[in-house]
Every structure is written in C-alpha cells, then in structure tokens.
Write a protein that binds this ligand. Structure first.
Ligand SMILES: C[S@@+](CC[C@H](N)C(=O)[O-])C[C@H]1O[C@@H](n2cnc3c(N)ncnc32)[C@H](O)[C@@H]1O
Length: 171
C-alpha cells in the first residue's frame, strides 16, 4: 500500500491501482496536453489521447471517497471547452522553464483555490500527473496530505526539492 505525503516516480497507470479504494478526497491535476513535449508520450492521435485519459479517470473513480472531487486542468479544444463549467484566468508560472526545467508547471494559485474550496485540513489530495510537484507543495502548505505520481525522473526530483524548500519555509 502506498504511503501518504510522498511523490512516486511511477506512471500513474501503475500507481493508481496501488491506492486503497475510497482513500482520496480530492484530485487536482493537469494531464499532459498532447502537444508533443518531451520525456513521455505526448503526441497520441486525438481519439487515442481521450481514450487514454478516460482510462486513467476510470481507474481513479473507485479510489475517491464518496463525495470526492476531481479538478482537471486541460488544454483548449472543442470537447474540453464543452466540458468546462467556467474559466479561471491566471498569469502563467514564470519560473517554469528557468527554475523547474519543465514546460507546463501550473501557477500555485490554481491548486490553491481548488484545494481550499474542495477539501479540509487533513484531507488527502492526489495529483496523478504531478510534474514538479505544485499540487503537493500547495497541499502541504495548506495542511493537507498529498500523494503524487510522476513518470519523468527529473521532474520527480524537482518535486522532491520543492517539497524540501516548503518544509524549510514552514519550520
Ligand atoms: C502538464 S504536466 C503537469 C505539471 C504540474 N501540474 C506542475 O505544476 O509541475 C504533466 C506531467 O505528467 C507527466 N506524465 C506524463 N505521462 C504520465 C503518466 N502516465 N504517469 C505519470 N506522469 C505522467 C509528465 O512528465 C508531466 O510532468
């Protein structure tokens, strides 16, 4: 069984089945945008991409507690736009390429709003595409538990560094 407050250097397809059923209160994530970025498969034909994402979300479903929520940050596209209930606009994360060496870090404000609105102190927040660990860092700073999965080792290592900085900041 996986431990809380850890990021795992695993594909989420392999990590999610190891989570206990009904153990996750909130999912906050930004899946790959399928625009051809490096380090993982990011150029699937559109239907295949949607089917792959649907497969992952169906793996997640039994892991959510009753009433658990999923917040998914997605790229633009007809189907995606139709799925969205509203649009939030943020300045992009400006340190992402220079400091984090990642093309798609989301601004901390995005997981912060989701986590504050939809969870409570001690809740368990999962990011199955954890990247540089933004969701985990914010969850930790807000007194939530976190779990993350990240396939690419260098991003996983960046997330461990960011979590260490956060722990220092809060000590
Ligand atoms: C859009 S980025 C997420 C960035 C993250 N929100 C952040 O702030 O750093 C998507 C991430 O998913 C990772 N990824 C792609 N396929 C994956 C998989 N099957 N399992 C786990 N991680 C995966 C990529 O390496 C990338 O870091």
């Amino acid at each position: 069984m996986l431990e809380l407050n850890r990021i795992y250097n695993l594909k989420c397809e392999d990590g999610i089945p190891q989570l206990a059923d009904n153990s996750i209160d909130l999912v906050v994530t930004s899946p790959p945008y399928n625009v051809g970025w490096g380090g993982y498969i990011d150029n699937r034909p559109y239907e295949e991409y949607i089917n792959w994402l649907e497969g992952i979300f169906s793996l997640l479903y039994p892991k959510l507690c009753p009433g658990g929520r999923r917040c998914v940050n997605i790229g633009e596209g007809k189907k995606f736009t139709a799925w969205a209930y509203g649009i939030w606009r943020f300045a992009p994360e400006s340190q992402m390429v220079r400091v984090f060496d990642h093309d798609a870090v989301f601004p901390e404000e995005l997981p912060r709003r989701c986590i504050k609105m939809l969870s409570w102190i001690g809740a368990v927040v999962l990011d199955p595409f954890s990247g540089t660990g933004t969701t985990a860092v914010v969850a930790y700073e807000l007194g939530r538990n976190y779990i993350g999965f990240e396939e690419v080792k260098k991003h996983y290592q960046t997330s461990l560094k960011r979590l260490r900085w956060s722990r220092h900041k809060l000590l």
